[in-house]
Ligand binder design. Structure first.
Ligand code: MN
Length: 415
């Protein structure tokens, strides 16, 4: 696959996240009193889909783009998804009539959550991550839980805590217990961390168990996802029901939904299985994607250091497998459900997707380009995830997924 040329010149640069090959979907507002509405990124611009729809350029279906979410459109199903992509590709191709009147500069807008998050589930699907964390929490002999090679493990998170890139995140308070203390204390988290993940967005509902192929067909697209994690709260609370308040402060997603169609040329296989999977988890084809990922950390007022570089293909379970497993009980899935992949770590030290692993629980602090060190996040730190699949002379990028750590409240129970 090579670059598809657009009349929008900035979309033809090999460095843009948003060439014609991508066409990711978001929700933006222009600050002039107009409502947030749907748009598609092209180069450094956004095509206003509400305006395009008003001009009759997107077919005669009932309007679905004059709302601040993509749920209504997702609900229309894969045929409509394909039709819109074909229409937009034709509208924006080199040689089509240029319509600069429908464009808004990305630099001048505010981005919003691109969809109403119906429910949020987070998984634990990188073997390197699970092995590293398990080694720290339980020792090397019990690193991988006995079920890990059979089940895509997950926990039910909170849709209410999902925020769009650019939102500041406040350091949470919680119950902490030092390893040598008898009793816990209620205090601000001291081990605040990130988790580099991908988020899969469910675009079709289910009512009963679905196969891996059906699950893949239900996925509308992907975003970058930072599952902010309070490690000290987590270490004390997680047994036996899994993480709870450690993961509830916030989860940040990137503002552009990169569609499954845009990622199609970058599909790749999950790794060799050490233990055969049960039949219902068998994949009919490649269900992971070759997406380069990185994490940047910038202390307040300082330059950014890239602290991790990894790839989505390092996962042991795909989002389609996770979604299929999620439905085995008959659990209904809804349009707008968000599935976090789990932290994406590779085998090498620089490929670890969380500070917990990068600093090995604080024992080996990471040195930043400024000379400062980090075991966990400090107040004022800005965290930025980036990701892109690389084609011949172009990239299908996700845009930035960024957030800054605000200091904990002085006392959360003080009026
Ligand atoms: Mn996570």
């Amino acid at each position: 696959m090579s670059l598809m040329k657009s009349w929008m010149e900035s979309a033809n640069s090999p460095d843009t996240d948003f060439p014609l090959n991508n066409l990711p979907y978001g929700v933006f507002s222009t600050g002039d009193g107009s409502m947030p509405r749907c748009g598609v990124a092209i180069g450094d611009q956004i095509l206003d889909l509400c305006a395009a729809e008003g001009d009759g350029l997107l077919g005669d279906a009932a309007p679905v783009f004059d709302v601040p979410y993509w749920n209504d459109f997702m609900e229309l199903g894969p045929e409509a998804w394909g039709e819109l992509r074909a229409t937009l590709t034709a509208l924006l191709s080199d040689g089509a009539d240029a319509r600069p009147d429908l464009l808004v500069a990305q630099a001048e807008v505010q981005m919003h959550l691109p969809f109403n998050v119906a429910e949020y589930t987070d998984f634990y699907a990188s073997k390197h991550h699970a092995t590293n964390v398990g080694t720290m929490f339980r020792g090397p002999e019990n690193a991988l839980p006995p079920n890990w090679l059979s089940i895509p493990i997950g926990y039910n998170g909170r849709a209410s805590s999902v925020v769009v890139s650019g939102t500041d995140v406040r350091r949470p308070w919680g119950q902490l217990k030092a390893p040598d203390a008898d009793l816990p204390v209620f205090a601000p988290c001291k081990r605040f961390d990130l988790e580099l993940e991908m988020g899969a967005i469910v675009g079709q509902p289910s009512d009963g168990p679905v196969s891996v192929q059906q699950a893949d067909d239900m996925i509308f697209g992907y975003v970058l996802l930072n599952d902010w994690s309070a490690r000290d709260i987590q270490a004390w609370e997680y047994q036996p029901l899994g993480p709870f308040q450690a993961k509830a402060a916030a989860t940040t997603i990137s503002p552009w939904i990169v569609t499954k169609a845009a990622l199609e040329p970058f599909r790749c296989d999950t790794p060799e299985r050490e233990r055969p999977l049960l039949d219902y988890l068998a994949e009919p084809g490649p269900m992971l994607y070759d997406i380069d990922l990185e994490v940047g950390l910038a202390p307040e007022g300082q330059i950014e250091t890239t602290i991790s570089r990894t790839n989505y293909r390092e996962m042991y379970y795909s989002s389609a497998q996770q979604l299929a497993h999620h439905t085995t009980s008959g659990c209904p899935m809804r349009v707008g459900d968000l599935l976090g992949s789990g932290t994406i770590s590779g085998p090498e030290k620089h490929q670890r997707g969380a500070l917990l692993e990068l600093s090995w629980g604080g024992k080996e602090p990471v040195t930043l380009d400024s000379g400062e060190t980090r075991s966990f996040l400090e107040d004022g730190d800005r965290l930025t995830l980036r990701g892109a699949a690389r084609g011949d002379g172009y990239r299908v990028g996700f845009g930035a997924c960024t957030g800054r750590v605000l200091p904990a409240l002085e006392d959360p129970f003080q009026p």
